[in-house]
Design a protein around this ligand. Structure first.
Ligand code: NAP
Length: 251
């Protein structure tokens, strides 16, 4: 039996810093064959070490078939906390195949003294609340849900995303194409230059995009924070790459 055939095959559902860190942590360990799966949303993704595959599987059944045909022994859902459908698919595929599944989620953000945060459950609720909080919004919720704000004619938007947004978009906006991490100085400068008076964000967590929250507090502007969807029922969860390593060794 070749070394590869003897190795555990870990499929990482990726697209996040944590997924990349996990692939890096397992790279070079002969006990593991590692494949990272990316959705293919970003035009030129930064590829992690190990094997990669790009594109959807075709729902839970498609993922289960891929797991079966590629000899996957462990599934780690390290997708973004807001990639709700993929997490649901992962839970379904784990149930169909019996392959153990662990969700890796970075901790969410929590407000501190001086923060003026309003939590909402979804982008639609953010769009409802936004006009009451400000008229020059820094929107950092990603290009995919931008259509949710398209009817807000009285709000000017600074939209920051990795790739250009698709229409429909709000009528008054400027798009800034950029990929994190962002420094506190960057964020202070943007808020001042564009006279931003409200920030809209998902509770993505992590340090790469957190400085905007500090900059908002310093500028005394409110923040609309979209809460995370829950991890599917019954799926074990951890917030550290090291804990995933322990979970793999225990199996
Ligand atoms: P989603 O709504 O949960 O998933 C939609 C569909 O995209 C899934 O049903 C699946 O297609 C495919 N897909 C998603 N993640 C995949 C992966 N890692 N590998 C292969 N197929 C995947 O996902 P999303 O919110 O559009 O996010 C897409 C990707 O971007 C994820 O990998 C996520 O980690 C990353 N990301 C998302 C956000 C965000 O705010 N949502 C932010 C940063 C990065 P099939 O059903 O055909 O398998």
């Amino acid at each position: 039996m070749s070394a590869d055939a003897a190795a555990a095959h870990v499929l990482i559902l990726g697209g996040t810093t944590e997924a990349r860190r996990l692939a890096e942590a397992l790279a070079g360990d002969p006990s593991y064959r590692v494949t990272t799966s990316l959705a293919g949303r970003v035009a030129s993704p930064a590829l992690p070490p190990g094997e990669t595959r790009i594109g959807g599987f075709g729902g839970p059944a498609g993922l289960a078939a891929w797991i079966g045909s590629h000899g996957v022994t462990h599934l780690v859902d390290a997708t973004h906390p807001f990639a709700e459908r993929m997490s649901f698919n992962a839970a379904g595929a784990a149930a169909l195949t019996g392959v153990p599944l662990l969700a890796l989620r970075r901790p969410g953000w929590t407000p501190g003294p001086g923060d003026d945060w309003t939590f909402v459950d979804c982008l639609e609720e953010a769009a409802e609340r936004l006009p009451g909080l400000g008229s020059r919004a820094f929107l950092t919720t990603g290009r995919m849900g931008l259509h949710t704000f398209a009817h807000l004619t009285g709000t000017w938007f600074l939209v920051r995303s990795v790739d250009p947004p698709a229409t429909p978009v709000p009528p008054h906006l400027e798009v800034l194409l950029a990929r994190g991490p962002f420094t506190l100085d960057d964020e202070r400068e943007l808020i001042a230059r564009y006279r931003i008076d409200v920030l809209v964000t998902k509770d993505s967590g992590g340090s790469a995009t957190a400085p905007k929250l500090t900059a908002a507090r310093e500028a005394g502007i409110p923040v609309l924070v979209v809460r995370r969807p829950p991890v599917p029922a019954g799926v074990a969860q951890t917030d550290s790459v090291e804990a995933v390593g322990r979970w793999l060794r225990e199996r």
